[in-house]
Structures are given as structure tokens and as C-alpha cells.
Design a binder for this molecule. Structure first.
Ligand code: URA
Length: 246
């Protein structure tokens, strides 16, 4: 990113508002390359300068990528006046411009990517890209084989066209539990698809999105950073490559 003002560096990394971080700087709590800097406008190199706040080293991140196992009861939004949001769960976030890539319903669990990489999000969500999303579904009654076939062909959920062909796999645990893979992401899509064949989703959990798989060691409400490999594969899969896009 190059050089930016020291107060912006600190505010971007979540150390407080611009006013709060200016106070820290003036109080002598911040050093750059071993020297206490008291000027908020000091030009800081985000790549090479060593910045300490109260003797703790900071590292400047322009992009953050988190995998959240979304629990039930939180909304897929950045802010909400009444409800707890998925962003409220990411306690270690540095950037203030993070958002969830797509939405899961309040009562849906599972994989949610949270980032500030708008280009990647756009690629993953673009209907033209046909990115696979796999869900575990528990139904109110067994899924008949003919109904599974209908879902695999396309069903009427009240849109202009039938849904695109889905893939259904029985988990083998019970006839009420299936995995469904879809490439679309319309509002309540999975619930509406099962409704269209006279069934009802009683539990829904997203397991994957493109190449990204839910890390099953994450309990609902837990999250972790994506690995470099996961980020690279996701970009490759979604057809985005920073070096060629920008
Ligand atoms: N389909 C739904 O119906 N709900 C979700 O949360 C995700 C997909």
C-alpha cells in the first residue's frame, strides 16, 4: 500500500477512532522503527516500517479473510440495530470494512466467508460464475427419490425460471438427511426448493462455497483466518486473480 499517515495506519488497524489514535501518538505511545513519533501526519510505510503501540508490534493488513462457522441466531449483516451480527463475532478483526460474502438465514449454520476483498466477493457471488455451494439439510420427512430427481432437474420456486439443476446426495444416516449442491443463491433458495417438492427444511448448514470447505474443527460461533493456500485456490476457482484484475 505504500506510505500513509501514522494516525490512519493505527485507525485502519482498529486501535481507535482518528481522534483517539491521535491522542495515543501525542502521548508518545507509538514508535516507528524504534523512534517515538508524536506527529499524527508522520508518513508510515505499511510494508517495511516496524510500528509498535505500547511496545506491541502491529502489522498492517489491507485484506483480511476469515472463515466463520456461523451459529444460529445471528444475522448475516455488518450492522444491525437489534440483532447480533456475524461481524460482532470476529473479535480479532483489524479492518473496519469487513463484510460477509453472501447471506445465510438467521437460523442457518455453517460456512461464511468474511472479508473486505470486494473483487473476490463479487466473483464468488456472481450468478454467471456458477460457484457450487453445498449444504447439509435435515428435513421434516424423508425425501422421496422422485422428489430428489425433481430437485436435480429444476423446480418452480416462483421465479421467472426453474431452479438450475442441483445435486442431491443422501447422507446414509436417514432418509431425512441429504446434502444438496446448488450454484444459485436466491433468497431462502434451499428452503424454497424443498418446499416446492412438499417438504420442509428443519435444519440447514452450509458446508462449502467453491473450493472453500468448512473447517469442521470450528464449533458454531468460532472462526479462523483463511490460509494463503485457501485464498489462492478460492481466487483461482472463482476466476479472479489480483495480478491480472488490477
Ligand atoms: N438457502 C436458504 O434457504 N437459506 C440459507 O441460509 C442459505 C441457502
Amino acid at each position: 500500500m505504500g506510505k500513509i499517515r501514522l494516525d490512519k495506519y493505527l485507525a485502519d488497524m482498529g486501535l481507535g477512532t482518528r481522534t483517539e489514535v491521535k491522542k495515543k501518538i501525542r502521548k508518545g505511545q507509538i514508535s516507528v522503527n524504534g523512534m517515538v513519533i508524536k506527529e499524527p501526519e508522520y508518513k508510515t510505510d505499511t510494508e517495511t516500517d516496524v510500528v509498535l503501540a505500547d511496545n506491541q508490534p502491529l502489522s498492517y493488513e489491507t485484506m483480511e479473510y476469515y472463515m466463520l462457522n456461523k451459529p444460529q441466531g445471528v444475522v448475516s449483516a455488518t450492522e444491525d440495530r437489534k440483532e447480533k451480527t456475524v461481524l460482532d463475532l470476529i473479535l480479532s478483526k483489524k479492518r473496519k470494512d469487513l463484510f460477509p460474502v453472501g447471506r445465510l438465514d438467521k437460523d442457518t449454520e455453517g460456512l461464511l466467508l468474511i472479508t473486505n476483498d470486494g473483487a473476490l466477493a463479487h466473483q464468488l457471488l456472481s450468478p454467471k460464475k456458477h460457484v457450487d455451494k453445498q449444504y447439509f439439510v435435515r428435513l421434516s420427512k424423508p425425501l422421496e427419490k422422485e422428489d430428489a430427481k425433481k430437485l436435480e432437474t429444476g423446480v418452480d420456486i416462483g421465479e421467472d425460471t426453474l431452479t438450475m439443476p442441483a445435486k442431491i446426495v443422501y447422507t446414509g444416516q436417514s432418509e431425512e438427511e441429504v446434502l444438496i449442491t446448488i450454484q444459485e443463491g436466491k433468497y431462502h433458495q434451499v428452503k424454497r426448493m424443498f418446499q416446492a417438492v412438499g417438504n420442509q427444511v428443519v435444519f440447514l448448514k452450509r458446508l462449502s462455497m467453491g473450493s472453500l470447505k468448512l473447517d469442521e474443527t470450528l464449533k458454531p460461533g468460532e472462526y479462523r483466518l483463511l490460509t494463503q493456500e485457501e485464498i489462492a485456490r478460492l481466487r483461482e476457482h472463482a476466476g479472479t486473480d489480483k495480478s491480472s484484475d488490477f
